[in-house]
Design a protein around this ligand. Structure first.
Ligand SMILES: *Cc1c(COP(=O)(O)O)cnc(C)c1O
Length: 410
């Protein structure tokens, strides 16, 4: 190949600013509303309610903070089993542990790469005491909410939705961030829109929203002095961050359209390669296409072996693996990433229970030693999958070069 490396790095997903952000930040500055109170925060809360269709939104310092308060609202206590998506970013899971809960990982299905309802039902057989389910919409693709909600209702469990990656995506015409009793979105720097950081808790429950707002500002009671009856947190969004989010919100749909165009161009370009793009339920859901990902067919995988921190592979003609593609992208100054390593394979969490659709729900401490046939869907996605450069600012010409780089690996 005779391409030169990109002069400007092509990122996986990086912030895209438009100008209004600076106007609202400046407004905060010039009026001295630089703390955790102000018009930007109020506006952002009301705009998010309008967008998602929920009654209450609480602006917070991060998506992780929002998820932590979701766990508290759901009543997660020390020793409680909490059923949670296995293939996710660990910020979905850590807040369970902050509250002393025990995460039980639920394997993914192949249709959307999200929580498998069959495995979830099985988990309730093994852990009938479980009262909370946390489901993620991986890479902006909605999970199978009809099935998951039905199972949660049947077992009287509270659903928490981690919509950090899926803001703006819909399932049967309904926005993600509305399916759980308590829901979280994120404005981290790499998400579909950003505040540089920040997050939001969404709910229809007024009392819950009030509690979350109080907890997020150190649980101050209504008194002339600092009066405290409950444990508090410093989790409130800053009005400066609120200004960035406020400036970004009008551009959400435009970002999604750009991400979708990127996804569709990859899909079209790879239709003759032995790969699939990250799948979604085309009839019922519209992802926000936050990250374009691909999965290499089993028979097109060359041998790739991973330890905890290292990887090697053996090149074969006509075959490739995520490692080869990622290395080649890096050589040309473009950023990809392996599929999120499942939680049951993480040193931090691999002693935890892990339930698959077929398995028996026991601890699977050897699942990370994964040579040859994958043992579960999560490990299989990790073995064969990767996230492609999906940055909004990537031009069509740049994407064409990335496509050629990837094709040359086969
Ligand atoms: C980014 C992310 C979070 C955390 O959001 P922050 O705002 O970075 O704290 C949680 N869950 C998932 C799935 C994410 O991708």
């Amino acid at each position: 190949m005779d391409f030169k490396p990109f002069e400007k790095k092509i990122y996986l997903s990086s912030p895209t600013m438009h100008g209004e952000e600076l106007t609202y930040m400046t407004e905060a500055y010039e009026t001295n509303w630089m703390s955790t109170v102000g018009k930007n925060i109020n506006e952002v809360e009301s705009l998010c309610c309008k967008k998602v269709g929920c009654k209450y939104a609480v602006a917070l310092s991060s998506g992780t903070a929002a998820l932590h308060l979701c766990m508290k609202l759901a009543g997660v206590r020390r020793g409680d089993h909490v059923l949670v998506s296995d293939t996710t970013f660990d910020a979905t899971v850590n807040p369970i542990v902050y509250e002393g809960g025990i995460p039980v990982f639920i394997d993914s299905e192949m249709d959307t790469w999200n929580m498998d309802p069959v495995a979830l039902e099985k988990a309730f057989e093994i852990y009938p005491d479980a009262k909370v389910v946390v489901v993620v919409n991986l890479y902006g693709t909605p999970a199978k909410f009809d099935e998951i909600k039905e199972i949660c209702q049947k077992h009287n469990a509270i659903l928490i939705e981690d919509a950090a990656e899926s803001f703006g995506a819909t399932y049967k015409g309904v926005q993600t961030g509305l399916f759980g009793t308590y829901n979280a979105i994120s404005f981290n720097g790499n998400k579909i829109i950003t505040g540089s950081s920040g997050g939001m808790l969404l709910t229809d429950d007024e009392e819950a929203a009030n509690k979350a707002r109080k907890w997020s500002t150190q649980s101050r009671e209504n008194a002339p002095w600092y009066q405290h009856e409950e444990l508090g947190y410093n989790y409130r969004m800053s009005n400066v961050i609120g200004g960035v989010v406020r400036g970004q919100l009008p551009h959400l749909e435009e970002h999604i359209a750009k991400k979708k165009a990127i996804y569709m161009r990859y899909k079209e370009a790879f239709k003759d390669l032995p790969v699939i793009m990250n799948p979604y339920d085309e009839e019922n859901s519209e992802p926000n296409f936050w990250l374009s990902c691909m999965l290499i067919n089993k028979d097109a995988m060359c041998k790739q072996v991973r330890s905890d921190n290292d990887v090697c592979y053996i090149k074969e003609v006509g075959k490739t693996c995520p490692t080869e593609i990622l290395e080649k992208l890096e050589k040309y100054n473009a950023e990809g990433r392996p599929i999120w390593k499942p939680m049951h394979m993480q040193p931090l969490y691999r002693m935890h229970p892990f339930v698959t659709a077929q398995g028996n729900g026991r601890c699977r401490t050897n699942a990370y030693i994964n040579m040859g046939e994958a043992l579960d869907v999560g490990a299989d996605l990790f073995e064969r999958g990767l996230c492609l450069p999906s940055d909004n600012k990537m031009t069509e010409e740049e994407q064409d070069i990335i496509i050629e780089i990837i094709k040359s690996c086969f």
